[in-house]
Design a protein around this ligand. Structure first.
Ligand SMILES: *Cc1c(COP(=O)(O)O)cnc(C)c1O
Length: 298
């Protein structure tokens, strides 16, 4: 059982249900409106952060330190959730201090996050202990939260998605950033259900890296279907076709998509269904993981 952080748990809503909206074009496909989980920090981030911050509070820590880009949904959610938990937050941001603050970082700052900018060459070392050491020294009594929250606790927290997924779903589709949400889904997948994962980056080596990461975390990947044959301009970038799709989808369904994750996921689902509907048979639930704050920067 994940440790509960009462304030955050109450905010997320222990008994809350999420709307499941049918996609008129593909009646077997239903979109789970995780974007409506919370008005400020929507989607999957609170599931990951809640157990991490609960642990921090319980062990008497004062702050949480984490990493992310200038448009990071993760840092955005962390700054809010840390404040809600009575903790300070420190964001190590890929970029330069002279760049103008994005709307994302303006919110982070307003919610009390201390921002430090790390040049890209240095930021690349964020997986190494040496990257973190000076910050953990500068901010004693803080917890380190890896990119995307990746940790056993956040994986367990991400399994809470199953609470909202109907029992007759045959396929569950999610975006892959750090892979934490995917790992949580796989760790509690019911028999006979497939977890279809759509990575949002371009680098093919990262696909192998993802599988290694899952295996190292002890995750059984037998239910995983990884979609790898996507047109992809790389993290945070949409092709012209994907941009057009975003507009059309939002117009037709009334469901807003974010530009980094969910646009690519829904576009990929549509491609799969148009090309070879045999791949996605039966009821398919696509998780809307939120991220709508990212639309503010066009
Ligand atoms: C962070 C994020 C993801 C990726 O989640 P991971 O657990 O890091 O794989 C997916 N969708 C949205 C909207 C996000 O903000």
């Amino acid at each position: 059982m994940p440790i509960q952080n009462d304030r955050l748990t109450d905010t997320i809503g222990r008994e809350k249900t999420l709307a499941l909206q049918q996609w008129a074009e593909f009646p077997d496909v239903h979109i789970l409106r995780g974007d409506q989980l919370h008005p400020v920090v929507s989607g999957n981030k609170l599931f990951k952060l809640e157990p991490l911050l609960a642990h921090a509070v319980r062990t008497g820590r004062k702050a949480a330190i984490s990493v992310g880009g200038r448009y990071s949904n993760h840092l955005h959610a962390l700054s809010w959730a840390a404040r809600e938990s009575g903790l300070d937050s420190i964001g190590l941001i890929r970029g330069f201090p002279e760049q103008p603050l994005t709307p994302t970082l303006q919110d982070c700052q307003e919610w009390g996050m201390q921002l430090h900018f790390i040049p890209p060459g240095e930021y690349r070392k964020r997986h190494l202990p040496a990257f973190w050491q000076p910050w953990l020294t500068a901010y004693p009594d803080s917890i380190r939260i890896d990119e995307g929250g990746w940790s056993a606790a956040a994986i367990e927290g991400s399994a809470r998605w199953w609470h909202y997924i109907p029992g007759d779903a045959r396929n569950v589709v999610c975006a892959v950033g750090s892979g934490c949400t995917l790992a949580g889904l796989l760790s509690h997948v019911p028999q006979g259900v497939r977890v279809v994962a759509v990575p949002v980056y371009r680098d093919r080596n990262a696909y192998a890296g993802l599988l290694t990461k899952l295996v190292h975390a002890g995750i059984d990947t037998s239910a995983l279907a990884l979609v790898t044959d996507l047109p992809n301009r790389g993290f945070g970038k949409l092709t012209g076709e994907q941009r057009q799709f975003k507009n059309d989808f939002e117009h037709e369904t009334g469901i807003p998509l974010d530009p980094v994750y969910t646009t690519k996921v829904l576009h990929a689902v549509r491609q799969q269904l148009l090309q070879s509907s045999a791949d996605l048979q039966g009821k398919t639930v696509v998780i809307h993981t939120g991220g709508l704050q990212g639309n503010r920067q066009g």
